[in-house]
Design a protein around this ligand. Structure first.
Ligand SMILES: Cc1cc2nc3c(=O)[nH]c(=O)nc-3n(C[C@H](O)[C@H](O)[C@H](O)COP(=O)(O)OP(=O)(O)OC[C@H]3O[C@@H](n4cnc5c(N)ncnc54)[C@H](O)[C@@H]3O)c2cc1C
Length: 489
């Protein structure tokens, strides 16, 4: 029998993290009629990735008109791939306009979340406490810095920092700068600083496929048209979503025509734009394009061919006071060393100590590796949901769309709680295990499983991400299969 709205429970929510996903959650909770929620953010302002990554050259690598909330198109994007500071300003602007700033608690790092007596008991680092019905962890995936395992980092006498903690107090103009890593951040940094430095050493462990991608700015006439014609901006978002879905659908088959087309474009870029045959061979990857996250750049090859640039492929032996010593015995003298070595992608909301039903420790459940049902729910952790959690889609497309779809799904899961039909909901162990077996098998056939070393791979070498088409992801997120969930109370 349908319960009357009067029987509805007044649920209290805690959202952990005020990055793109946390801001989205606050807006959507309010839209769904929830009033009792708090967003806990450990930093002093929102933004997550875009607050933390301020290195020269930072920009999104999916088009800005796609990397926007579906409900907040932005006619003001300056470039096809806009710079990080603009993206940060976009999220701050959206949060302010939508009136969700007031529910954010900054400088509030959640350290403990325990499920007792049907509710989640939270604690912050500075001892604040809260008790809520539902937790939504929006703590990010590219958040915890990965430091390379290189001897002697602490002995370097110059300036040393991770790309996600760029030290703007350090002068790089006219100095000798080393960059460790060749992922998207490193490639953006190299293109942005090469003309400013005296010498640039790029320490490359793995060559990257580079997708040639111009980044024009929008003209005044185009911007005026975007402002005048909101339907056009919506259409750009929709058209790009279709294009990127087609790309994402191709990722799940290493031999798909989409993957072959990408490799052809990257190969032509390498052959046509790197003149020196020795450098060209250094830069030639020995795995399929898109096996590692595809790097987009219009100027990387130009940058590494500048006379002051050097691509160092000899392995790093150690870091010394004056620079980096490679295995051939050479010392690369440096004033600044940038570690563009990425993130620990297996952390998710940890180091929060999360304790589920009957004292179940998340660290124990995830001892081998993190997993979750459809990346949003973990058996034994009722009323606890994640955005961009384990095994979700990651790739060269907008994580905003992923988060929007996941949140829509989570809000449907919460509905029975709101209606008072049950007190606890979490994925069942059997559904989670079944899906994980299927997912692992499918993942081996994706482009990420085609034979390269990358952050997509787990400890067994199995790609950690969503291994099916983006269309299937959308279909799964449209409505929960209620039989996959355990409801109590
Ligand atoms: C350099 C870079 C470029 C990228 N480019 C793209 C791109 O072009 N397209 C794309 O789709 N994606 C891109 N990404 C991925 C990007 O991370 C996501 O698009 C998105 O910004 C993630 O938002 P989020 O809110 O899920 O996580 P984050 O942005 O990581 O935010 C998580 C927030 O949670 C907070 N937090 C964590 N733990 C706690 C705690 N215990 N207590 C309180 N607060 C906590 C953090 O401080 C942070 O503010 C990029 C990532 C990086 C690093």
């Amino acid at each position: 029998m349908e319960r009357s709205p009067a029987a509805a429970r007044n649920l209290r929510f805690a959202v952990i993290g005020a990055g793109m996903s946390g801001v989205l959650t606050a807006i959507k909770l309010r839209k769904a009629g929830y009033r009792d929620f708090v967003v806990y953010e450990k930093a002093d302002r929102l933004g997550g990735t875009w607050r933390e990554n301020t290195y020269p050259g930072i920009a999104c690598d999916v088009p800005s008109h796609l990397y926007s909330y579906s409900f907040e198109p932005n006619p003001e994007w300056s470039h096809r791939f806009s710079p990080g500071a603009e993206i940060q300003a976009y999220f701050e602007g959206v949060a302010t306009r939508r009136g969700v700033m007031e529910c954010m608690r900054f400088g509030a790092e959640i350290t403990h979340a325990g499920f007792r007596d049907g509710r989640w008991h939270l604690e912050t680092k500075d001892g604040r406490r809260d008790v809520v019905d539902v937790v939504i962890a929006a703590t990010g995936v590219l958040h915890h810095l990965k430091w390379p395992d290189i001897e002697g980092l602490d002995r370097f006498e110059g300036a040393l920092f991770h790309s996600a903690r760029w030290d703007h107090g350090v002068q790089i103009d006219g100095r000798r700068v080393g960059v460790v890593g060749t992922g998207s951040s490193a490639v953006q940094i190299v293109g942005a600083i090469v003309d400013r430095v005296a010498h640039l050493s790029l320490f490359q462990r793995t060559a990257q496929w580079i997708m040639p991608q111009e980044n024009p700015c929008y003209s005044d006439a185009e911007l005026a048209e975007f402002r005048r014609n909101p339907e056009l901006v919506d259409k750009m978002h929709a058209d790009m979503a279709v294009l990127f879905s087609a790309f994402s659908n191709g990722l799940v088959d290493a031999n798909s025509p989409q993957m072959q087309a990408i490799e052809t474009a990257c190969l032509a870029n390498l052959e046509q734009n790197v003149r020196d045959p020795v450098l060209r061979e250094k830069l030639r990857p020995n795995y399929k394009a898109a096996c590692k996250r595809l790097v987009m750049s219009a100027d990387f090859y130009r940058a590494v061919q500048e006379p002051q640039a050097e691509v160092v492929t000899e392995g790093i032996e150690r870091v010394e006071a004056k620079g980096v010593r490679t295995r051939d015995g050479r010392l690369h003298e440096l004033d600044v060393l940038v570690l563009a070595t990425g993130f620990r992608v297996d952390r998710f909301m940890r180091p929060i100590r999360v304790v589920g039903r009957d004292g179940l420790e998340l660290d124990a459940v995830w001892e081998k590796r993190p997993s979750a049902y459809l990346s949003v729910s973990i058996p034994g952790f009722p009323n606890f949901f994640m955005l961009n959690g384990p095994n979700g889609p990651v790739g060269n497309f907008s994580l905003i769309e992923v988060a929007e779809l996941q949140l829509g799904y989570i809000l449907q899961l919460v509905e029975p709680l709101r209606r008072g039909e049950c007190c606890e909901i979490s994925a069942s162990e059997s559904a989670t295990q079944r899906l994980e077996v299927e997912r692992t098998e499918a993942a081996r056939h994706t482009i990420w499983g085609s034979g390269c070393r990358s952050w997509y791979l787990d400890d067994r070498g199995v790609p950690m991400s969503w291994p099916w088409t983006f269309d299937r992801f959308r279909a799964e997120m449209a409505a929960p299969k209620i039989e996959a969930y355990e409801r109590k109370g």
